[in-house]
Write a protein that binds this ligand. Structure first.
Ligand code: PHE
Length: 445
């Protein structure tokens, strides 16, 4: 078997992991979910989920990966030999594969919109026309499929080059670009007339708008956005050096990920309100509402191209991490070369993603009210990721030897982790109970 690759250092670790976390979840999904679930209150619940449940779980997944130094299934096998815990790893691989199925499709949409924006085609249309444009684009059997295939091919090339020369190199170029683009766009949005209305919508918690479905959505979104609950962070952490300060890196990643989500809101909501529109468009928010807005600004081609480039970059580094989870599993568990493993995964996901894209056309039946595309999103974000989160917290909280855990977290005793007891309490009780409560409540709601 080939030797295992590592990230080269702290900057590579943070940028690659933030590259995974920051994605469509932050810039496409978070704003429309906040828009549909009443704004401020949703955002508050989301942030609570991120810091009280997400952050400890990010640490837990990191600890597993750093200790085991293996793919997600291999990690459970190594730390819990001769038990059924590896099934949690299998569930992670399945979830990763399913997420890729729709994620690649949307990544393709972002590329198409970037392409349309730089050509100046997102101009002089009414919002009705943008809606028709978006609806007919995603429901066409050819264009979105071609983009999906192009995206898979690009990620394939990155992954084949390995962790250091592929994933890390790409993240080191794309992530700083993404941060700069975000800041420019946010400043621009804040300077629009009536920007404050958008800001108020985001930060005024209207409790009457909270539903139990909203809470589950916020929880699922927190996990999705942090790339939690399916072993992505276990896989990436398996490429961290042993000398990684886990709580610190986990905190930086959590903080940056939520900052990007909030800043994405600051880019989008002031613009929406400034032009007298409503933010409850759903999945079409960034593809329908935003073009309407960009065209009313000075330099519309410039601003819209910048935005869709940002979205495409964010999506790209995330889908790389999903592809890597499944690839690392295939490579290590079947002792394949990296090349053979990536190829297998690329071909398999090609089939699923093309089907998911075609499920939005008229050629495909809707199954129980949802398309295949919607099912993939729904099953992963609201079922598999929360369950994966519970499993990881129970595994690290109860099963893993506390001395070993403490040793990994404290980098073999080079510093003292003072909140260890609180941390274990969180993992053992608070996280699983909270997640299950929200989960079960919604199952029967
Ligand atoms: N975190 C990514 C996003 O917000 C999605 C993702 C989920 C990536 C799970 C990897 C694993 O878009």
């Amino acid at each position: 078997m080939e030797t295992r690759d590592n990230f080269t250092g702290k900057i590579g670790i943070v940028l690659a992991t933030v590259g995974s976390a920051v994605g469509l979840g932050n810039i496409w999904r978070f704003p429309y979910e906040a828009g549909q679930n009443g704004g401020g209150a949703f955002i508050l619940i989301y942030l609570l989920c991120v810091f009280f449940l997400g952050f400890p779980l990010v640490m837990a997944e990191f600890a597993v990966g750093v200790k085991a130094k293996a793919n997600v299934v291999g990690s459970f096998k190594l730390l819990a030999p001769n038990t059924k815990w590896f099934l949690v790893g299998i569930m992670g691989v399945v979830a990763g594969f399913m997420i890729m199925g729709f994620y690649y499709v949307v990544t393709g949409w972002t590329a198409e919109y970037f392409w349309q924006a730089i050509q100046g085609n997102l101009l002089h249309k009414s919002s009705e026309e943008y809606k028709v444009m978006f609806d007919s684009f995603i429901a066409s059997p050819i264009k979105p499929v071609i983009w999906t295939v192009i995206m898979i091919a690009l990620v394939h090339i990155v992954i084949i080059n390995g962790v250091k020369n592929g994933i890390e190199k790409v993240s080191k170029v794309l992530m700083p670009m993404l941060f700069v683009l975000m800041i420019i766009l946010a400043i621009h949005s804040l300077m629009l007339p009536n920007a404050m209305q958008g800001i108020r919508f985001m930060f005024e918690p209207k409790v009457e708008n909270v539903t139990s479905y909203g809470v589950l959505t916020a929880l699922g979104q927190a996990f999705f956005s942090l790339s939690l609950g399916m072993g992505c962070l276990i896989t990436y952490a398996s490429y961290f050096g042993k000398d990684t300060h886990i709580p610190r890196i986990a905190f930086q990643v959590t903080l940056l990920d939520s900052l990007v989500a909030i800043v994405a809101g600051v880019v989008i909501f002031p613009a929406v309100f400034s032009f007298g529109l409503q933010p409850d468009e759903g999945t079409g928010l960034v593809f329908v509402i935003l073009p309407t807005i960009f065209q009313q600004m000075p330099f519309p081609i410039f601003w819209s191209s910048l935005f869709y480039l940002l979205l495409a970059l964010a999506a790209f580094t995330s889908v790389i991490s999903l592809h890597e989870v499944v690839t690392a599993f295939v490579k290590e568990e079947f002792s394949y070369t990296r090349k053979k493993a990536v190829t297998l995964v690329s071909v398999a996901v090609l089939v699923l993603a093309v089907l998911a894209s075609l499920s939005l056309t008229l050629l495909f039946p809707v199954i129980f009210d949802k398309t295949l595309f919607e099912w993939l999103d729904f099953i992963t974000a609201t079922i598999l990721l929360p369950l994966g989160g519970v499993a990881v917290s129970l595994f690290v909280g109860w099963y893993v030897d506390k001395r070993i855990l403490l040793d990994v977290l404290q980098q073999e005793g080079t510093w003292k982790f003072r909140f260890f007891k609180t941390y274990i309490f969180l993992l053992r009780y608070l996280a699983p109970v909270c997640i299950m409560l929200v989960f079960v409540h919604n199952l029967f709601a």
